[in-house]
Structure formats: structure tokens, C-alpha cells
Ligand binder design. Sequence first.
Ligand SMILES: [Zn+2]
Length: 151
Amino acid sequence: MSEQDKWCYEVPGKLEVPYRYFAGEFGSKFLVALRDQAKILGCKCPKCGKVFIPPRSNCEQCFVKITDWVEIGPKGKVVSFCVVRYKEPYLPVEPPFVMALIRLKGADSDLTHLLSEVDPAQVKIGMEVEPVFSDSRKASILDIKYFKPAV
Ligand SMILES: [Zn+2]
């Protein structure tokens, strides 16, 4: 052990810090529409017409400022998915559960969310799904409780 290593001992520890953050102009509008109207909003690029969700302030293709909002979904299709077999402390579900990449009708990007009310073995890419909104919405992405197979 060198003289330098002798004075480089790391102390293991765990730190939990309560915090809040500003969702930003676009994130706030998206979350308030979920909470107050149970509507899913995307934003539309004025140049290329692509609709983004989650909403963003600038188009990733054209680099122009986005100002237009459109209601999208509520139905969509599963683009990809995985079966999660471990507990995620920030999600209100027990494993195994399905996380899906969902392309909502009218959107050009995908939303990642829980997929429920279906046996994980029965989930298919291309499956049509629809949101189930929470009864007590709080301006959180979990105001969409989960998606389920569309009827
Ligand atoms: Zn664009």
C-alpha cells in the first residue's frame, strides 16, 4: 500500500434526500392536463408536423421551438415491452409486471408505461391498448394508472 492509498479510504453510506423539482413549462402543461382533464397532450412541431410525447419544447429533428399542443390517444399500440421481475420501489405494482413502450394514436414518439390487466405471456407487439386513469390524480405520470388491452 502506497502512502497515497493509505489516506483514500471510502466510507460506505446511504443518503435519502426529500426533493421537489420544477417539471418545466411543457412538463407542467402535460401533467396538469392529465390531472384536471384526464387528457394526454403531445406537442406538434410547426415545421415537420411530428407530435412528441412526452412533450418537448424544441423539435429534435428541426431544432425549432414548438408551440402547438394536440390531444393524442387515448388508444395506442405496444411497440415493445419487457416483463419486470423485481420490485421497483417507485412503482405501485408488485413483480412480475409489464413495462411497455406505447405509440399513442396521433403521436410520433413513444411513451413508456405500465401495462396491466393482461397475462405477461399474452402481451404482443402491436397489441392495441388504452389508458386507465387514476381516480385521484395528482399531476403525475401515474395519473395514468396503467394501460390495458383495448376493448
Ligand atoms: Zn420538426
